[in-house]
Design a protein around this ligand. Structure first.
Ligand code: SF4
Length: 400
């Protein structure tokens, strides 16, 4: 007779495998229909990626994102990657629904097609709003889904959005614009931006973009928070930087393709790069050059599990503590302890932690002593902790 626990494990695994398959297939379908064959051009996100890590950017061009089921046997990692990647599309669909419901004059997934010194370039703009009420206005909105909202925007996102708004401005009156057709909407290509606006909204945009107020914004969304970064204005220097980076990436990609050298010799990101753990090309990345000692594999897997449980426990602990604080507040026991079985609890007011605002101190001292003396005084009072050994464990994303 089948072991019921094992049957449940098998069924649960089956469900996860089904979900992973669906996610991979729908992602491939969406990419093909909205972005086309990404090995045939350089996109704005490729440029942002190349600024962070040329090797990862060339790898994506050569091999795609590697999330096909035939090459990925680690189901939990595949699911984690896919959920992370697809969250952005789901946010985009939800936000598009909101804009449509508000009847806002918005173009979704505006495509700009151009070339620079023979390098094919395409930009896909998530949302573009156009209005001729009062001053003609265009707003580009790029959505980014994040685990946590950053305090400052990543330079790769900024580069991407500078490229988008720069191309929109530079190619305004050229037949470089298009939108993909969808089930309920007509597509179109080879239009100028004013032609697209006339076709979609029946409005007449000026022929010259200098008469239009053009800005781009980046909207970062997490599961429970949002923040807008901007405005980013058309800027010739930033556009040249983007186009030159596109050319550099295309030449590297082409050279790797022609020579068959793969990613050999392509530069990696400098220093710590937060995306290395997620990178699909990290298994043989020279940045992590090392020796094999497979005997530590189980220990590292156990450490990973324990850390995951530690995170879960911390969430559970703070939920219970919050519940007890609320229960105490509702009990109206005026500072007394509440006894419960072998334990008791109480909530009491504590003074806030005192901290020293170093920047404020530096300013005050500079005003009294002059900047040089103030800095010297602060340096004399600073001390450095003892050096320590930091253990870094990072995941290897194997491609079979
Ligand atoms: S692992 Fe890090 S450094 Fe290596 S290719 Fe990937 S992102 Fe670049």
């Amino acid at each position: 007779m089948n072991d019921p626990v094992q049957v449940q494990v098998d069924r649960s695994h089956g469900l996860m495998a089904l979900l992973a398959k669906g996610l991979v297939e729908s992602s491939a379908q969406r990419t093909a229909s909205s972005l086309g064959d990404r090995s045939k051009y350089i996109g704005m996100s490729d440029i942002g990626r190349a600024l962070e890590c040329p090797r990862a950017a060339v790898g994506r061009k050569l091999f795609g994102n590697g999330d096909d089921l035939a090459h990925q046997h680690d189901l939990p990692s595949l699911l984690a990657r896919q959920l992370r990647l697809q969250r952005g599309h789901w946010f985009e669909a939800g936000i598009a629904h909101v804009f449509r419901q508000q009847r806002m004059p918005v173009i979704e997934q505006l495509e700009i097609v151009t070339s620079h010194h023979g390098v094919p370039i395409r930009a896909h703009l998530d949302f573009v709003f156009a209005s001729t009420v009062g001053q003609p206005t265009v707003r580009v909105l790029e959505l980014k889904s994040c685990e946590n909202i950053p305090s400052t925007l990543y330079s790769s996102y900024e580069t991407q959005v500078y490229g988008q708004v720069g191309l929109l401005h530079a190619l305004w009156d050229q037949p470089a614009f298009g939108v993909h057709g969808e089930a309920d909407r007509q597509g179109g290509s080879g239009l100028t931006f004013p032609q697209i606006c006339r076709e979609k909204f029946g409005v007449e945009m000026p022929v010259n973009p200098s008469e239009v107020d053009i800005e781009a914004w980046v909207l970062c969304l997490s599961m429970s928070n949002a923040r807008a970064f901007g405005p980013y204005l058309p800027d010739d220097t930033m556009l040249s930087l983007c186009l030159n980076k596109a050319k550099e990436l295309w030449l590297k990609f082409d050279a790797s393709k022609v020579s068959g050298a793969g990613l050999d010799g392509v530069a990696t990101a400098n220093g710590f790069h937060p995306l290395c753990s997620w990178c699909e090309f990290n298994a043989d990345c020279p940045k992590f050059d090392g020796i094999d000692q497979p005997q530590w594999s189980d220990t590292l897997a156990r450490l990973k599990d324990l850390k995951a449980r530690q995170d879960e426990l911390e969430v559970e602990i703070s939920e219970i503590e919050e519940g007890l604080r609320t229960a105490y507040a509702l009990s109206d026991v005026s500072g007394s302890w509440i006894n419960a079985g072998n334990h008791r609890f109480r909530v009491s007011a504590q003074n806030g932690r005192r901290t020293l605002n170093k920047e404020q101190l530096r300013l005050e001292l500079s005003a009294a002593l002059g900047e040089e003396e103030a800095n010297a005084l602060i340096a004399r009072c600073e001390s450095e902790g003892k050096p320590f050994d930091r253990l870094t464990v990072s995941r290897i994303n194997k491609r079979s």
